[in-house]
Design a protein around this ligand. Structure first.
Ligand SMILES: Cc1cc2nc3c(=O)[nH]c(=O)nc-3n(C[C@H](O)[C@H](O)[C@H](O)COP(=O)(O)OP(=O)(O)OC[C@H]3O[C@@H](n4cnc5c(N)ncnc54)[C@H](O)[C@@H]3O)c2cc1C
Length: 358
């Protein structure tokens, strides 16, 4: 069968790969393709994902523990396959104050009170709660171009074009897969979509191997956490979630309560100060060398949408979890037009890993 996919982010590419892999003919139509057309277009959320395989800022009928299980089990084959840039490292989820919530069902999770290793912390502060676990982590600057190359190697076609709402009905194929992320607000009139702004601070790093851990850390005097994730050639600081929408091409929304300016961008001050205090023990952090960019998480208040409506199969609205849920969502979406099961993913991962390097 022939299908059109709208959107060149992680959902469009994963869905396209799966459709091609099982023998369909597809074309992805997108105004921009993540990473391949540059990595700083804020409306293409995929460019900004750190990306940990851990669902956050997503609405769903599934519980948090169920989402974790779906994300981890569908990423496991990609971690197990040589040549796919997915690592597993230790993640610390830490609080400077005691808390009441239960510990989620994450990989090899341990209460921090019983943890025998050295958890990161701010100098002079004590960690009083939290846990350590294992986490899959995706090296996005390698992973997304690899998905694009694999999609093309499987025979998938691409077209760079901005679609207007009225043009969707004219797209060729038995069905159209809508992977347009925040674009669904305009293309499909979905007013429940918001664009949650998130900053990524990138600190240069030239160690022989990426730092072997990441953290999510809630300092006592702030109402929200910060996070640190290690890439091969940089260390990422983040943790901002500013609600807003894009109106007439301009993002309008919340401003940071306690701002500071780095690299010309106004960011919540804790993203730099708290992360710098913790990470300086492992990496040289020099404020003048930090670059800042921001993207918009495609958050859907009505819940991530993976469902068929007539001859449209929707696959969007994954908020801060679009990478984590990408293979699960692709399976669900493709399941509306053909028989697929999770057991396919090991072969899909092998096929992607064997994509000729260009
Ligand atoms: C700072 C930040 C950190 C994040 N960290 C993580 C993380 O650690 N783990 C995780 O799982 N997720 C993370 N996310 C969330 C993740 O990035 C998104 O959920 C995911 O990328 C969404 O993918 P998508 O393909 O649905 O949307 P997008 O990547 O936004 O892609 C949508 C595509 O549709 C195209 N499009 C839209 N409208 C049109 C139109 N009218 N015509 C043609 N093309 C159109 C766009 O050009 C784009 O290519 C993070 C997001 C941000 C901003």
């Amino acid at each position: 069968m022939q299908y059109t996919i709208i959107g060149g982010g992680v959902q469009g590419l994963s869905t396209g790969i799966l459709l091609q892999y099982i023998g369909h003919d597809t074309k992805i139509v997108s105004d921009t393709f993540a990473y391949v057309d540059g990595s700083d277009t804020p409306t293409v959320a995929t460019n900004y994902a750190a990306a940990s395989v851990y669902p956050v800022q997503i609405e769903s009928a599934y519980s948090e523990d169920e989402l974790i299980e779906l994300a981890e089990s569908t990423f496991e084959p990609f971690y197990q396959t040589d040549g796919i840039p997915v690592r597993k490292h230790t993640h610390y989820y830490l609080y400077e104050e005691p808390r009441a919530e239960p510990i989620p069902a994450r990989m090899e999770v341990q209460d921090i009170a019983a943890y025998e290793g050295n958890a990161p912390s701010r100098p002079g502060r004590r960690v009083r709660d939290g846990y350590a676990c294992k986490e899959y982590f995706v090296e996005m600057p390698e992973y997304v171009p690899l998905l694009y190359a694999a999609y093309e190697a499987l025979g998938g076609e691409t077209e760079r074009r901005t679609l207007a709402a009225g043009e969707v009905d004219e797209l060729p194929g038995e069905a159209v897969f809508n992977c347009s992320g925040y674009g669904s607000r305009v293309l499909f009139g979905d007013d429940s979509m918001t664009a949650i702004k998130g900053h990524i601070l990138e600190v240069p790093y030239d160690g022989d191997a990426p730092l072997p851990f990441s953290y999510t850390y809630t300092p006592a005097e702030y109402g929200h956490y910060v996070y640190m994730y290690p890439r091969k050639e940089s260390v990422l600081f983040g943790g901002s979630y500013l609600r807003g929408d894009i109106v007439d091409g301009e993002w309008r929304g919340e401003t940071p309560e306690t701002p500071t300016t780095i690299d010309g961008e106004t960011i919540p001050e804790r993203l730099y100060t708290v992360n710098e205090a913790i990470t300086s023990e492992y990496v040289d952090v020099n404020r003048a060398d930090v670059s800042v960019k921001y993207g918009y998480r495609p958050y859907r208040a009505a819940g991530m949408r993976v469902e068929a409506e007539g001859d449209i199969v929707h696959n969007y609205g994954h908020g801060g979890s679009g990478v984590s849920m990408s293979w699960w969502s692709a399976l669900e979406a493709v399941g509306y037009v053909d028989d697929v099961s999770e057991s396919l993913l090991a072969d899909v991962a092998e096929t992607i890993a064997r994509t000729p390097k260009t």
